[in-house]
Write a protein that binds this ligand. Structure first.
Ligand code: SF4
Length: 67
């Protein structure tokens, strides 16, 4: 893969962890930068069956801001 694209994906992943990682409903963020829905959210389906969401979902949800 193009090295610059890979770098961008890595940067986006790091920003995702920094921004969303503190959300009280976020149980895990996949370290696979190719994964389109890397955020495991427990808000809607509970901790046993987290929903896999992407950054766009979190940005519109905004729950990460309050925790
Ligand atoms: S979707 Fe909302 S509640 Fe779920 S992890 Fe993202 S910001 Fe948190």
């Amino acid at each position: 893969m193009n090295e610059e694209v890979m770098q961008l994906k890595t940067d986006l992943h790091r920003l995702t962890v920094e921004l969303i990682g503190n959300c009280k409903y976020c149980s895990l963020i996949s370290s696979n930068v190719e994964y389109k829905t890397p955020i495991y959210c427990t808000k809607f389906t509970g901790p046993i069956h987290p929903t896999c969401v992407n950054v766009t979902t979190c940005l519109s949800c905004q729950e990460y801001k309050g925790s």
